[in-house]
Design a protein around this ligand. Sequence first.
Ligand SMILES: [Zn+2]
Length: 116
Amino acid sequence: MICPIQLIRPVYTPWLEHEDPAVRANTILCLIHQANYLSDQQLGALEQEFNEDGGFSEQLAAARIEHRQQQKADTAPKCPQCGKIMALRTAKGGKNPGSQFWGCTAYPECKGTAPA
Ligand SMILES: [Zn+2]
């Protein structure tokens, strides 16, 4: 990677090495203004990116949620009655309260179940 100083130095050398200290000082002020302008542009772009895509941890959480949903879609069985994806549920009553089973995600319209 080329250092930005290597690129701009030849352009500004005549003024940075000028015999009049006022010219040298004005050149340095000009470079500071340019650096500020470029920093503002960079910050504006980062702010826009943050507003559109969220921060790093937010992107990590979104990727993890998507991965988990994909895993569920890959491993969950299809309902024997309607063919929709089933969700792992915990029995609240019945013969074995607290045990897990697959229940249709279309419940209560579909009452399809499968053993976990
Ligand atoms: Zn079903």
